[in-house]
Design a protein around this ligand. Structure first.
Ligand SMILES: [Zn+2]
Length: 296
């Protein structure tokens, strides 16, 4: 594999045009690079900034309920930690089909809103889930009063956004004082470790998605996402651990989910015992709207 950096790619985090190729997508002409200046890992994937086709042109009724089922325990952990025995307003940025918004709104004392750029997903949320508080628009263009939300969530969206600062700055403005921003995103430390382990055990195998999504513009670490949030005015950044996504059905599903749960318990214990230094779980990031102004 050539380590030569493509000439037209600069680090989207610091702007330095010096990065090493550290991997390639198996399925798309996408390369992964590590900035030689700041260490940030990013990819050559460049989506249309207003790409809204993730869910396709239409989402048929009854489809995709597996998506909600697979995340049920993860969302349950979230609600127990941040929602139960409290009240307020929650906004899910990139709300997709709306399952999380619907689950959040079912908690007494909570108003839940969604913001999503896919017309097909918003149609599904409104017509199939009966949600009224889901808007089809980029968050920056929605007319919402400042300092009006207690919680803003961004599930598996931030890694797709090439320039995340305007979005995070908008989230900061929309949160009440001491409101929290919650983000879930893959952890590059886990992905690179996985690649090395798989290479060591069986070599590179065609068709294996070593880096999860090839359509991720950024691959965050605990350090890089912490810096990104602080740059946008957030403080008290911490990492929590929520139940993993469950997959599969029947006996095989039981085995896979049992193994995932065991692995999760080990990773959580490792992170807790090391004071967060050894975090090989996905990144479940919690940041508070502090008093500091965002950096220019
Ligand atoms: Zn950089």
């Amino acid at each position: 594999m050539s380590k030569r950096q493509p000439r037209d790619i600069v680090c989207p985090r610091c702007g330095v045009p010096s990065a090493k190729v550290i991997g390639r997508s198996e399925s798309q002409p996408v390369i992964y690079l590590r900035c030689e200046d700041c260490g940030h890992v990013f990819s050559s994937f460049r989506a249309d900034p207003h790409y809204s086709g993730y869910w396709g042109a239409d989402v048929a009724p009854g489809e995709h309920h597996y998506w909600s089922k697979a995340r049920k325990k993860m969302h349950r952990d979230f609600f127990q930690r941040f929602v139960v025995r409290r009240s307020g307003r929650l906004l899910d940025m990139g709300s997709g089909l709306g399952f999380f918004v619907k689950a959040a709104a079912s908690h007494p004392g909570w108003d839940a809103y969604g913001c999503e750029i896919s017309p097909a997903a918003v149609k599904f949320a409104r017509e199939q889930l009966g949600l009224k508080n889901v808007v089809c628009s980029p968050l920056q263009d929605v007319n919402l009063p400042p300092a009006s939300f207690d919680i803003i969530t961004i599930w598996d969206v931030l890694d797709h956004i090439l320039h995340p600062d305007p979005l995070l700055s908008r989230c900061h403005a929309l949160l009440k004082q001491d409101g929290i921003l919650f983000i879930r995103t893959p952890n590059i430390s886990v992905q690179l470790l996985r690649v090395r382990l798989l290479k060591a055990v069986g070599g590179i195998r065609s068709g294996t998605k070593y880096m999860q999504g090839s359509d991720h513009a950024h691959h965050y670490s605990a350090r890089s996402i912490q810096e990104l949030l602080q740059r946008n005015g957030f403080s008290d950044v911490e990492f929590v651990h929520l139940h993993p996504i469950e997959t599969g059905e029947g006996r095989r599903g039981l085995l896979v989910n049992g193994a995932k749960n065991l692995s999760f318990q080990v990773l959580r214990a490792l992170a807790v015992c090391s004071g967060g230094r050894l975090n090989f779980d996905n990144l479940f990031v919690v940041a508070r709207k502090g008093t500091a102004a965002a950096s220019p």
